[in-house]
Design a protein around this ligand. Structure first.
Ligand SMILES: [Ca+2]
Ligand SMILES: [Ca+2]
Ligand SMILES: [Ca+2]
Length: 240
């Protein structure tokens, strides 16, 4: 049996029975959650804290999809939500929500874009490893990140206070591996975008500067005129 296909069907009981629902509402109009990874506890299990209300990202509308991308090109990932109008008949209920990350750019980062030549051109399936100061981060270029959503294929690595990375390794979808590192006289500074084309090396770029005047005019509403923690809520303008 399906769960809720549509609220009108759900009200008929045709697709839905209370025995499945219990005391939980599944109508979609619950506050969204945003879970912060607190790292492992003493027993090794990962701990998470819901910071949605504290950061102003506890959207009440019926959000159905989520994707991340650096919408303002400042070096951190922002979040966009797709929302469902349901039975409201109100188009504004379906407008996307953009949650701008206002803290991530304070620390250092590296953005990486891949272009395949022998592999698929979007490099879907590529695995990128960044080594820095004895630590290692890994990102995968994926497709179909979530329901009706697709993350940006540009990869972002948070690097704390590091100003250079020791090496970048790309395992392309066809299995070939390329490494760029200091030993090859290719030190890579953080806070930059590097574009890697399969078999043709890297190009180091700065992210396109954000036009503050234009960006400011896009801000239609901020909840209560406030910034909430790391996020500013801009619920009235689709960016897609
Ligand atoms: Ca919601
Ligand atoms: Ca950003
Ligand atoms: Ca930011």
């Amino acid at each position: 049996m399906s769960a809720v296909a549509h609220i009108k069907d759900y009200k008929t009981g045709k697709f839905y029975r209370d025995e499945f629902r219990g005391d939980i509402s599944w109508n979609g109009y619950e506050h969204n959650n945003l879970l912060r990874n607190e790292g492992p506890a003493a027993d090794g299990t990962l701990q998470f804290t819901d910071v949605a209300m504290a950061t102003g990202s506890d959207e009440i509308r019926d959000s159905r999809g989520l994707a991340t991308a650096d919408f303002d090109n400042d070096g951190d990932l922002d979040i966009v939500l797709n929302n469902n109008p349901g039975d409201s008949g109100r188009a504004e209920q379906a407008r996307a929500t953009l949650l701008r990350n206002n803290v991530g750019e304070r620390r250092n980062w590296l953005a990486i874009e891949l272009t395949g030549t022998k592999s698929n051109v979007d490099a879907v399936g590529a695995l990128v490893t960044v080594d820095y100061g004895g630590e290692r981060s890994v990102r995968l270029v994926g497709a179909g990140s979530g329901f009706a959503s697709q993350h940006s294929s540009r990869l972002y690595f948070g690097l704390g206070d590091k100003t250079y990375v020791d090496g970048v390794t790309v395992r392309w979808p066809n299995g070939s591996v390329e490494r760029f590192d200091k030993d090859q006289n290719q030190p890579i500074a953080t806070r930059q975008l590097i574009q890697i084309t399969e078999g043709r090396g890297i190009q180091v770029l700065r992210l396109p500067a954000r036009n503050k005047k234009t960006a400011g005019s896009n801000v239609v509403a901020e909840r209560g005129g406030k910034r909430f923690g790391g996020f500013r809520v801009r619920p009235r303008r689709s960016v897609l």
